[in-house]
Design a protein around this ligand. Structure first.
Ligand SMILES: [Zn+2]
Length: 55
């Protein structure tokens, strides 16, 4: 899944970092169960940002 940075100019639609609560603008997967979010740089679980309401 490529980073879709087409509409990343809306702070309100950005997911909140589960680590610190800051808005996440980018997620870089650094391992099978680890991802690094930007700009705060916290390490989180990759699924933590996508399991909001994907019903
Ligand atoms: Zn963070």
């Amino acid at each position: 899944m490529p980073a879709d940075d087409a509409d990343s100019s809306a702070p309100d639609s950005l997911p909140a970092c589960p680590g610190c609560g800051n808005p996440v603008t980018m997620t870089a997967t650094s391992g099978p169960i680890t991802a690094v979010v930007a700009p705060c740089g916290c390490q989180v679980a990759p699924g933590a940002l996508e399991s909001s309401d994907s019903e």
